[in-house]
Design a protein around this ligand. Structure first.
Ligand code: OOB
Length: 549
């Protein structure tokens, strides 16, 4: 099958997400998909409680009414600037209140946000823009010491289809988001079963893929998440992780809390002291973290001067939280732990707030929906006995059936009957709770960030003094896993800091730069020739760990 990278027509098409008719009918009949759009949701909340505070950051307190008014102005402005419903727009906005008027503005205009993380750099942004056929970027001027405007200019220069860059704050050479407006008129209402936005996959092989999510499926996932997590008008949710990530966005995350009429507080960074101050000031009740941050918070809590007693639920997910650490959450932080095992492709599992303590500390939860179909299979595709480890496959009312424009990856990642191969190895308990054992794929889960070994190998191979490279995960007491690159040099052996700087200079997120580089003379080969990359990575990793002990 031709790769769509070579097919400009395929790239120009908007992302689609299609469930077979009988599944769509079932999900509607059961009331999961209610025909509601993001725009409908915001309008309903703004009508019901216009003066209630929706979103807070250091400078702003936006009510639901403010949020709608600003989003409607932005929507008119986007359309008057020449964007057309269905166009994709890369959104790279850090944790500031302005994220919400920007994305709701796009939704109200029928435009399709493609969410980049603040850590992404030129190479990644160009890839997302090219892959999605994006026409514009929406960014913030600067955040935490980084200026996003020159980055956007470089992306625009590299992707001719991008004609506009809108900036929250000081636009510099670009267009101002804050002054966007246009004559009042009816805005187009997107079809609720159409793609509302794209998330970025963690990238198990090669470059990240685009994950198209519909209004119907995504709103179901965070509406139900909000119910499971006990969210209501009194919920105050602290967005500590980057809001564009699926976990803080929708599990139940900022959108689930806005759905429930609660309040969202944006933390500029996830550091314990920053967040503790915000918890105390805004009486935060709920927050989601990756395991390394939860460990740092537990370290800092006993000595803090801030009153964090309002915190009722701390969610931890994105990577395995070891039971010993999980057991310390309640005694140290004085709140309930909720483990969250999810994926941007769909399926999200939660421990329930009233689960027994050993279930909360010892499992990664159970699915949101009674119609989340979960299979645990051996490598030959046969179900394993209950409680035995196996490959997790899933399909359901909010799990995608395909990535955007990726025929090759789709053939590998989905079964012919539509199950998504998660790449995770799990055990399923009789209660339906899942315990994550590891994963089958070759990506590195570094503090919840998923990094493709292959992608980093390719960056290393671009160096003139690198003959070959194999990238593996090494267990790390703090990060969970760190990135270790085995490198066979050619010619002059590069210095390690210089090689790291070279990788960084390729325009990629800092979290992808190898933590460790180990030089090797040669890689193992078999009698018949080169062994597979997968086997090579496994053997290098094993040898390294044996030597380290
Ligand atoms: C979340 O989403 P992604 O797309 O960044 O990563 C998904 C992968 C999973 O397939 C699994 O390998 C790993 O991250 N993962 C966990 C985990 N939660 C995610 N592994 C072990 N224990 C957990 N609790 O990471 C994500 C999306 C929505 C909610 C929460 C996390």
């Amino acid at each position: 099958m031709a790769d769509s990278r070579d097919n400009p027509v395929a790239q120009a098409l908007p992302p689609r997400q299609v469930w077979p008719a009988e599944f769509a009918a079932r999900y509607r009949d059961k009331g999961y998909w209610r025909g509601e759009t993001f725009g409908d949701l915001l309008r309903a909340r703004a009508a019901a409680h216009p003066d209630r505070v929706a979103v807070i950051d250091a400078q702003n307190r936006l009510t639901y009414g403010d949020l709608l008014a600003r989003a409607e102005r932005a929507a008119r402005g986007f359309l008057d600037a020449g964007l057309v419903p269905g166009d994709r727009v890369i959104v790279q906005i850090p944790n500031i209140a302005g994220f919400f008027p920007a994305v709701f503005g796009l939704f109200l205009a029928g435009l399709v946000p493609v969410y980049a993380l603040p850590a992404h750099r030129q190479t990644e942004l160009v890839h997302f823009a090219t892959r999605s056929g994006a026409k514009a970027l929406v960014i913030a001027d600067r955040h935490e010491g980084f200026d996003y405007r020159p980055l956007a200019a470089a992306v625009r220069a590299g992707v001719p289809a991008i004609t506009q860059v809108f900036v929250l704050g000081d636009p510099g050479e670009h267009l101002s988001f804050d002054t966007l407006d246009g004559p009042a008129r009816d805005l187009p209402r997107p079809d609720p079963s159409s793609v509302a936005f794209c998330q970025i996959s963690g990238g198990s092989t090669g470059l990240s893929k685009l994950i198209p999510r519909t209004h119907d499926d995504y709103i179901y996932s965070f509406r139900e998440s909000a119910r499971i997590c006990g969210c209501g008008p009194d919920t105050v949710y602290l967005t500590a992780l980057p809001v564009a990530h699926n976990f803080p966005m929708s599990s139940p995350g900022a959108f689930g809390v806005l759905w429930a009429g609660g309040r969202v507080v944006m933390a500029p960074n996830p550091a314990a002291e920053t967040c503790f101050a915000l918890i105390a000031k805004e009486r935060v009740t709920m927050c989601g973290l990756v395991p390394p941050l939860a460990l740092l918070w537990m370290q800092a809590a006993p000595g803090t001067k801030h009153d964090i007693s309002s915190l009722e639920v701390l969610q931890v997910g994105g990577a395995k939280f070891i039971p010993e650490a999980a057991a310390r959450v309640r005694p140290v932080l004085g709140c309930t732990l909720q483990q969250v095992f999810g994926m941007a492709e769909g399926l999200v599992n939660y421990t329930r707030l009233d689960d027994p303590e050993e279930v909360i500390t010892g499992t990664q939860g159970r699915p949101i929906s009674p119609d989340d179909e979960v299979l645990v299979l051996d490598d030959d595709g046969h179900p394993v006995p209950e409680g035995a480890p196996g490959n997790l496959l899933t399909r359901g009312p909010y799990t995608i059936r395909a990535y955007h424009n990726e025929p090759g990856a789709n053939a590998r990642s989905f079964t012919p009957d539509g199950f998504y191969r998660t790449g995770d190895i799990v055990k399923r308990l009789p209660s339906g709770h899942l315990v994550v054992q590891g994963r089958a794929g070759d990506h590195i889960n570094r503090a919840g960030e998923k990094i493709s070994a292959e992608e980093i190998e390719d960056h290393l191979l671009a160096h003139p003094n690198v003959f070959d490279a194999a990238v593996v995960s090494i267990p790390d007491p703090f990060l969970g896993e760190r990135i270790c690159a085995f490198v066979i040099p050619q010619g002059e052996r590069p210095k390690i800091p210089a090689l790291k700087a070279f990788v960084r200079g390729r325009g990629i997120a800092e979290f992808k730069v190898p933590d460790q580089i180990v030089f090797a003379e040669a890689f193992e080969t078999t009698a018949v020739g080169k062994i597979s990359r997968k086997a090579l990575r496994a053997s290098l990793r094993e040898k390294f760990l044996k030597e380290a002990t």
